[in-house]
Ligand binder design. Structure first.
Ligand code: DAH
Length: 350
């Protein structure tokens, strides 16, 4: 093998060993660079005769072209390999199913609240909304539950900064403060009418919403929902409460095979007070008494805090746990499922 052939062979070998484009450029410089082997050979021709220059030049050129060809082939191979790895790294699995946008729906607790509003609405009740951060006055004192009243101990809750009538400071423990808030507004609206000797139009309202207590197990959540009810007029009695309640629960559960029991109880804001239990005649819960609400005739002190004369106005109030109703209606045994936000559970109610 002559000198030029072995130069070409060593160039090919060095290019083949170059694993990256940078290695390859370094290898190229050894042969084709300013002081590369080919360039040196060209310079070395200066002393040759014209004839010799011709044949030697032609031979060097052949070698040079062979080296350039080897260089270009290796460049192409490295570029192809790089593209290959890049394509592998960015591979798209076109067989993956696309992401679909599903239709949302109402939470089961919201479905229950809507249902409650529709049923009471059909009986002439308004729907009121109130704040979840309450004052001590509306949550307790106005409801005949002054500071140090033992009934407060059942309503431990979450307190925040503040604590004046301008700065509410506790998460309401029940929806009952809405009795006062709503009645005060109502009385204000009809004050002039009453001052002119007319009778106040009846207060008939429900107030559904979130409530809070320091309580947590399968049937108690620190945040839960209630629906308050209030009906005050000149002659609203316990008898009316029984009719309204019986009607409501039978409509809600879509069955007449349901009986109610009013169990004597105590709430500071009602006198007399009763807890309400329902019992189904058939179905999985047949024969069991299920506690569903607290109720009673509104206490004279509460009527007074509404701005009304208890000698003239009387009525009933109730507070029902609506999460319990949702559990009963759908046969759910753990209340916490409602608030975990698991779409597999929630989508079953659509
Ligand atoms: N607020 C009571 C509670 O959360 C429930 C209740 C009982 C509300 C009697 C009432 C009522 O309006 O009259 O335990």
């Amino acid at each position: 093998m002559n000198e030029l052939d072995s130069l070409v062979t060593s160039a090919q070998a060095l290019f083949a060993q170059s694993a990256t484009p940078a290695d390859l450029e370094n290898a190229k410089a050894q042969f084709l660079g300013k002081s590369g082997r080919i360039t040196e050979l060209m310079k070395g021709m200066a002393a040759l005769s014209v004839e010799e220059k011709k044949s030697r030049g032609a031979a060097i050129n052949v070698a040079k072209q062979a080296i350039e060809a080897a260089l270009n082939a290796r460049r192409q191979a490295l570029a192809d390999a790089e593209l290959e790895t890049q394509l592998k790294a960015e591979a798209l699995d076109v067989s993956l199913p696309g992401r679909t946008r599903t239709t949302g729906g109402l939470h089961p607790v919201s479905l229950t609240l809507e249902r409650i509003e529709a049923i009471f609405g059909s009986m002439g009740f308004d729907v009121a909304q109130g704040p979840e951060i309450e004052t001590d006055w509306f949550n307790f004192t106005a409801l005949n539950t002054p500071q140090d009243h033992p009934a407060r101990s059942m309503h431990d809750t979450f307190y925040v900064e503040g604590g004046s009538s301008e700065a509410p400071n506790l998460l309401r423990t029940h929806t009952s403060p809405m009795q006062i808030r709503h009645a005060v507004q109502h009385v204000k609206r009809y004050r002039a009418l009453m001052d002119a000797g007319q009778v106040m139009p009846e207060i008939r309202v429900i107030a559904p919403g979130r409530t809070y207590r320091v309580d947590s197990d399968a049937t108690h959540s620190p945040m839960f929902h209630q629906c308050e009810g209030l009906w005050v007029g000149e002659n609203v009695s316990f008898k009316d409460l029984k009719v309204v309640f019986t009607d409501f629960y039978r409509t809600f559960f879509e069955t007449d095979d349901l009986v109610l029991r009013f169990r004597p109880s105590f709430f500071p804001f009602t006198e007399p007070s009763a807890e309400v239990d329902i019992q189904f005649a058939s179905g999985p819960l047949a024969g069991r008494w299920l506690e569903v609400a607290g109720s009673g005739e509104v206490h004279p002190n509460v009527i007074r805090n509404m701005g009304l004369d208890p000698e003239r106005y009387i009525g009933f109030a109730f507070g029902m746990g609506t999460d319990r109703l949702t559990m009963l209606r759908y046969g759910v045994s753990d209340l916490r499922l409602f608030f975990d936000g698991d779409i597999r559970f929630l989508s079953q109610f659509q």
